[in-house]
Design a binder for this molecule. Structure first.
Ligand code: HEC
Ligand code: HEC
Ligand code: HEC
Ligand code: HEC
Ligand code: HEC
Ligand code: HEC
Length: 610
């Protein structure tokens, strides 16, 4: 057996297991095959397949720009593999998305139902358009083999310049719009990653990743097909990549510094460790290694550097795409084995197509041959199985098919050991999204909040009857409405009634006289009571009485409620600790923020603090 066949056998095995899992995914749904939940809706598939698929494709636009726009002809030999990688990267994105979407068959909706305000809309369109451009850019390569396609091929070659430019524009837009996507969730992404210039950092790191990916592929195919590696060219690529990594590092740290978040890099917590690992392998160590000429020109080091940088930047995408969203509350997420399998399958599928393309068409300057599959060699006898496997090409295909079928059977076996009913999973994830036992109370979604043991408070304060002690007012058609719905501003009172809204045609559309008598003064006393039209606005037994509709600021409302009751507990427990700031603000960062007074001009309700 040779390297190519062994490698392909592994890929087919992965795809076999993946096929079984894919069937389960589409029959039983996401709940049964992933560890995703309403609290963690984006996991490995988005983080790896989509985010990294796009980034891996960065080489496509970098190399086409270098060769066709900047006319650096020495890189001409790697244009085709770079475009092919980009194409496959984007196909992987599309396939990954199909797995991740709850209703994948609606994926075309975006083409017809436009929502131009959504960053996802831009992302979606860029993916579709760039995928098309890449297809057209790459098409001449396979078309060269078929005479009857030559007219189309010549036309596309003439069209090359506009295509290249469109490709660069689209992928520039798109690499960065993936970053913009996360701009809308400042409270979700950890401050070490969240930055207003995230789109630009995504773009820069995608260039670095693209270069490293080209380098890795070139080394890997040379190894597989035992052909001579393009060490010198790759050293030149490495030299260019060095500057990109330097720029990227300067941006990351400069940005942290300018935003005043630099202190976080020395704070504790797993996110910080993750940050350092990511920085080290995605840019810092590759930068150092690439700066040394002897290292950059050595084949073995080229392996190490490209693998390291690829892992690092992919880790960055996974972090931004999901991992570091888990820094709030107690949620945690580890991808299920099924998720990992699908991801591996997408990668394996892309790798197989890549190998097929390089063997079949002139992707590299010289077309590599799988020595064993060369149809001109003689039939072979397999000593291990005591059977003739036929001609080498047929033998190879037999082996791949067997690997696929056995692996799929194995996949079904693994799946049958697992409960595929999604009801329990869904119930649990709804529970978790509603906050489960512990809520993260954070009115302004700035990340500084208070962990509040909701269930424990319900138990301590008398179970079902306790709700109204805190949930003293509801919105129409709701129960136990979240406090933020009325206490809408952090510090200043807001209107919870909406007088003008009720009579406006765009709102309640009620005539004045639904609430005010025709021959009386219009004021609070004479107006119709709210419960004339709404039930359950003021739940029975609520202890906080509402007599005007100006809901105090969020912090005041919560401090008054929480501290008010805790002050009463001092007598019971005999210790004032329960009403101290640190009892609630027990996260290191919050105590520092709240007590050291960076936000000192904050009112602490009307409560006298001990
Ligand atoms: C000690 C006070 C307290 C008690 C008692 C209490 N809650 Fe809550 N509840 C809260 C707070 C605080 C929040 C979250 C803060 C916010 O919504 O801004 C909340 C949130 C909720 C939410 C999520 C609302 C949303 O839209 O996000 C639900 C549902 C809920 N509570 C139901 C209940 C039920 C049912 C009970 C009684 C069995 C109960 N709560 C008792 C304080 C309390
Ligand atoms: C449907 C709207 C609404 C919701 C939901 C709501 N509140 Fe209020 N709340 C008000 C209004 C309006 C007032 C003003 C009452 C007054 O002064 O007449 C108020 C007053 C208060 C007060 C008294 C503050 C003061 O200074 O008088 C506290 C404490 C309070 N809310 C806590 C909460 C908490 C905690 C929650 C969530 C568990 C909550 N509220 C949910 C509308 C709401
Ligand atoms: C949904 C019931 C409702 C409708 C409809 C309604 N009002 Fe009112 N109105 C009230 C209530 C309740 C108050 C008491 C205000 C408060 O405390 O916020 C009020 C107060 C007023 C006041 C006294 C304001 C003050 O500062 O004391 C005037 C004037 C008034 N309404 C005029 C109108 C007019 C004019 C319309 C029709 C365009 C109208 N209202 C429609 C319920 C209503
Ligand atoms: C004459 C009937 C009537 C009276 C009286 C009335 N409302 Fe409403 N209210 C409505 C209607 C109709 C809607 C819109 C439909 C719905 O959401 O139920 C509405 C909606 C609301 C909403 C939701 C607004 C939104 O943005 O969705 C709130 C909050 C509300 N009312 C509060 C009050 C309060 C507080 C009072 C008492 C001061 C009151 N309403 C009195 C008819 C009334
Ligand atoms: C109705 C009374 C009441 C209200 C309102 C209340 N608490 Fe408590 N809280 C308690 C009681 C009772 C305990 C349990 C004390 C004990 O036995 O340890 C407690 C304990 C706690 C603890 C300590 C838990 C532990 O295990 O150390 C925290 C933190 C806390 N509350 C936060 C809050 C926050 C935040 C709010 C407002 C959203 C709040 N509480 C509102 C009654 C209340
Ligand atoms: C019984 C619990 C409790 C105690 C005791 C308490 N707080 Fe709070 N505090 C809260 C809750 C709940 C919030 C709302 C959290 C949020 O929305 O971010 C809050 C919010 C705040 C905020 C605003 C945070 C932000 O996100 O902007 C500050 C500042 C603050 N508290 C300071 C203090 C100080 C100072 C003390 C002691 C004097 C104190 N708190 C005591 C529960 C408490």
């Amino acid at each position: 057996m040779n390297r190519v066949q062994n490698f392909k056998l592994i890929l087919w095995t992965i795809i076999g297991v993946g096929a079984a899992v894919a069937a389960a995914r589409f029959i039983f749904g996401l709940g049964a095959t992933t560890n995703l939940s309403d609290a963690v809706p984006w996991g490995l598939w988005i983080g790896f397949d989509v985010m990294s698929g796009v980034a891996l494709a960065g080489g496509g636009f970098v190399i086409t720009a270098t060769v066709y726009i900047f006319k650096l002809d020495k890189y001409h030999g790697i244009v085709r593999p770079a475009v092919l990688t980009a194409l496959l990267g984007y196909v992987a994105v599309a396939v990954g998305l199909l797995f991740d979407l709850g209703l994948p068959w609606n994926i075309w909706h975006m083409i017809i139902f436009w929502n131009p305000h959504s960053p996802l809309f831009e992302v979606g369109w860029c993916v579709m358009l760039y995928l098309t451009v890449l297809l057209l850019e790459f098409f001449p390569v396979p078309a060269a083999e078929f005479g009857w396609l030559s007219t189309i091929r010549n036309f596309l070659i003439k069209l090359r310049m506009p295509l290249v430019i469109a490709g660069i524009a689209l992928s520039t837009l798109h690499q960065s719009s993936l970053g913009s996507l996360f701009l809308v969730m400042p409270f979700n992404v950890h401050p070490l990653w969240y930055s207003p210039i995230m789109p630009i950092m995504f773009f820069v790191s995608a260039i670095g990743l693209g270069l490293m990916m080209v380098s890795f592929e070139s080394r890997f195919t040379s190894y597989l097909y035992r052909k001579e590696a393009e060490t010198e060219l790759l050293a030149k690529l490495g030299n260019a990549a060095k500057w990109i990594f330097l720029l990227y590092l300067l941006m990351r740290f400069g940005d942290l510094f300018l935003r005043g978040q630099i202190g976080h890099i020395f704070a504790g917590g797993w996110q910080v460790k993750m940050f350092w690992v990511e920085i080290a392998i995605s840019a810092a160590i590759p930068l150092i290694l690439l700066s040394i000429k002897r290292v950059r020109t050595t084949g073995a080091w080229q392996w190490v550097i490209s693998i390291m940088a690829i892992t690092g930047i992919v880790l960055n995408r996974i972090n931004v795409g999901g991992m570091v969203h888990l820094n709030r509350g107690d949620t945690f997420y580890l991808p299920a084995w099924t998720e990992i399998t699908i991801t591996a399958t997408v990668v394996a599928g892309a790798a197989l197509v890549f190998l097929f393309m390089v063997e079949r068409f002139n992707v590299w300057e010289v077309r590599p041959v799988d020595p064993k599959a060369d149809p001109s060699t003689l039939p072979e006898f397999d000593y291990a199985s005591q059977a003739s496997l036929g001609r080498p090409l047929i033998a190879a295909r037999t082996k791949y098919s067997l690997a696929f079928v056995f692996a799929a059977a194995f996949g079904f076996m693994l799946l049958s050991n697992q409960s595929l009913s999604s009801e329990g999973v869904i119930a649990a994830s709804v529970e978790e999204a509603r906050g489960g036992d512990t809520l993260w109370v954070d009115g302004d979604l700035d990340g500084y909040g208070v962990s509040f043991q909701h269930q424990m408070h319900i138990d301590k304060n008398g179970n079902e009857t306790s709700c109204v002690q805190c949930h003293h007012m509801n919105l129409p058609l709701d129960e136990n409405t979240g406090c933020y719905a009325c206490h809408r501003d952090m510090y200043i009172p807001t209107d919870a009634f909406g007088h003008d809204w009720h009579s406006s045609p765009h709102g309640g559309n009620l005539s004045c006289f639904k609430c005010h008598q025709e021959d009386q003064h219009k004021n609070a006393e004479t107006a119709q009571q709210c419960d004339h039209c709404h039930d359950n606005l003021y739940p029975a037994g609520a202890t906080i009485k509402v007599d005007n509709y100006h809901a105090p600021g969020y912090v005041d409302a919560l401090h008054e409620l929480c501290i008010g009751c805790h002050v009463k507990l001092i007598e019971e427990t005999g210790s004032p600790d329960i009403a101290r700031c640190a009892n609630c603000h027990n996260d290191q960062r919050d105590v520092v923020e709240a007590v050291d007074g960076t936000k000192e001009n904050i009112l602490i309700g009307n409560v006298a603090l001990p």
